[in-house]
Each structure stands twice: as C-alpha cells, then as structure tokens.
Design a binder for this molecule. Structure first.
Ligand code: HPA
Ligand code: ZN
Length: 345
C-alpha cells in the first residue's frame, strides 16, 4: 500500500450504494430476511464475480440487491460503506442509489431513502464524513417509470441533491430521459449521467446537451472525439472515472491501457472513484493504488484527483475551500517530510 495514497484526503463522486454490498453482509441479510441464496458461502459468491461486460455485471448486481428488504438493511449497507471510507481517508462522498431496483420488487421508496439517509447522518456525526445522495433512474426502464420515480424523489428533496442515470448504456441513449431531467432541473435538482462507459462518445455529448449534466459518470470513451475532449477541458466538465470497474467490465484490457492519466495530463477534470467496490475488487485507495502502479505519477498529480473531485462535488463553497486546504496541507506536509528524509541521506 502506497503510504502517500493512504493518507491523501479523498472525495468520492461515483459510488452505487447497492454495489458496496459485500458477500459477507449479503449472506447476513439473506439469513435475517429468510432468503435462500444459490451460493453456499460468501467465498463462492465472490468467485462468481467474473464479468464479460456491463450487462453480465448488472445481472448479478440486481440479484444481490434483492437481499435488501428493510430500512435497517439499507442502514447497515450504508454504514459498512462509510467504515470503508473512514479507513481510506474519504472525507466526502456523493452516493447513488437506484430507487427502481427496490420499488419494482415492492420495497417502499421511504424504506430505502430513510435507511441510507440515517446512516449518512450517523457518518457525519460519528466519523466526520460529509455526504450527498443522488437518485438514479434505470435507463433500461421506460420514461414513464422514471417520471413516476421522480415523484418520489421530489417528496424527499430535503435528502436528495440530484438525479442520475445508470444501468445498461448500449441501446439506451440519454434522449429518452430528456423530459424527466428537465423536470428535475426545474425543481432545483442537480443532474449527472453515466455516459461513454461502454457506449459511444456521442452519449457524452448528448448527456451534456440534452440532460444538462454537471458531471459525466465514466466518460472514458471521450478519447475517440478530439473536439469533445477540447470541450471538456474548456468547460471544466468533470468525469467521474472508475478505474477498477473499467478493467473488471473490460472497457480496457489492462490498467496500463487506461486513459485516466493521459486525460489528467491533458487538463480534463478527471476524478478517481470506486463505482461498485464489492464487485470490482476495491474501494478508493485500491483504485488510486491500481492507477499509480500502472502509471508513474507524482504526488502532485495524485493529489490533483482529490482537488478535481472537490471542485466537481456538490459541496457548498466554504466547505470546498476547507477541503482544498486539507489536501494542499497534506501535500506540503508530505513534501517537507520527504525533503528532510532526503537531506539525512
Ligand atoms: N454502469 C452503469 N450502471 C451501473 C453501474 C455502472 O458501472 N454500476 C451500477 N449500475
Ligand atoms: Zn456507475
């Protein structure tokens, strides 16, 4: 483990809370809720986490989410994630949840949002981690279903900062969700969308133009469109990149081929995130480590990922400034330490 990365204050902007359900907790919840699982142990389940593409992952991910039934289940899930955040020095996190994954199987929207929100409040009080909640529409479902879901989101505007778009990208471009995103914007929600994960760069352009997003989730397919890259740089449009996810879902063959460091050096506002850490083999520090092992980087560059995430976050300006100073202070402190160790040698 890289000590600089471990201590670096981090901000996570792309995390599906259902994707942080570790096999051990999944087994506990299944037992608590009287659910029979088609696996004999958490280890056997973990061994099934081999994916060919996004869809092969989503099939298993939606199956796993079925173990979540009660408000306490959602609380326990979120709390377990926050403990990982604490261990990785994550100071702020903006988490996604998929309301339709739960309402479609008869779990009330309130059960989900109240469990998640209560855990995040405890996280702020007990662990000092600030947070926001983003409700995502499933793009493989209809516009009508998204509009119905938005009615629930609206009732909980005090707990939800924005809306997003996730699930199967191929065959489900942003256009279908133009109207519901417009409604969300008008009601005062911020918007984000998964685009250019395994779908074409045009989905990124459309997410920006049709859905007025403040950030693009993934966005790594921008590499095929030079004009788009120029636009991302000029408009400071953040990309919430998920390196380990991209390898597990075969967006890139190996981390050495990943374009995140190239994008950083071009001046794109890229950030590092864990996406679905229980399924992709790692939380925030693991993602930073995987990138830095495959690409030689300076401490300043690694810290830039945190500074980018602070700028791209939905935090109020004074707290953003406080967090920037925390990262800058960490950089200065580690540099002084490295210099003094060098002068001893
Ligand atoms: N892409 C799209 N939908 C998702 C993902 C992802 O990486 N994770 C959970 N839902
Ligand atoms: Zn995602």
């Amino acid at each position: 483990m890289n000590a600089f990365i471990q201590g670096l204050p981090k901000v996570e902007l792309h995390l599906h809370i259902e994707g942080s359900l570790e096999p051990e907790l999944l087994f506990q919840l299944a037992q608590r809720n009287g659910i029979e699982l088609p696996y004999s142990s958490p280890e056997q389940l973990r061994r099934a986490y081999e994916f060919d593409d996004l869809q092969s992952f989503l099939d298993i991910y939606y199956q796993g989410a079925d173990a979540l039934r009660t408000e306490q289940d959602f609380y326990d899930l979120t709390w377990a994630y926050l403990e990982r955040c604490k261990a990785d020095n994550v100071i702020h996190t903006e988490i996604f949840f998929d309301p339709q994954t739960h309402t479609e199987r008869g779990i009330a929207f309130e059960t989900v949002i109240n469990g998640i929100h209560r855990a995040l409040e405890s996280g702020q009080k007990q662990l000092g981690i600030s947070s926001q909640i983003i409700a995502c529409f499933l793009r493989h479902l209809s516009e009508e279903s998204a509009i119905q879901t938005f009615a629930d989101v609206l009732k909980h505007q005090d707990k939800i900062v924005g809306v997003g778009l996730d699930s199967s990208e191929l065959g489900h471009p942003p256009e279908k969700f133009k109207r519901v995103f417009q409604q969300a914007k008008q009601a005062g929600f911020l918007t984000v969308a998964h685009a250019g994960e395994e779908g074409p760069a045009q989905n990124i352009v459309d997410a920006i133009e049709m859905l007025s997003v403040s950030r693009v989730d993934h966005g790594v397919q921008c590499m095929t469109d030079e004009a788009l890259i120029e636009e991302l740089i000029e408009t400071k449009m953040p990309l919430t990149v998920c390196p380990l996810s991209n390898i597990k879902l075969r967006v890139f063959d190996v981390m050495e081929d990943h374009n995140i460091v190239e994008l950083l050096r071009k001046g794109v506002v890229v950030t590092i995130n864990s996406d679905d850490p229980a399924y992709f083999g790692g939380y925030m520090s693991d993602n930073f480590n995987a990138v830095s092992q495959a690409h030689e980087m300076t401490h300043q560059e690694l810290a830039q990922f945190s500074l980018n995430a602070i700028d791209a976050s939905f935090i109020e300006a004074p707290l953003k400034q406080q967090y920037r100073e925390l990262v800058q202070g960490y950089l200065t402190k580690t540099k002084v330490k490295a210099d003094s160790e060098q002068s001893v040698v």
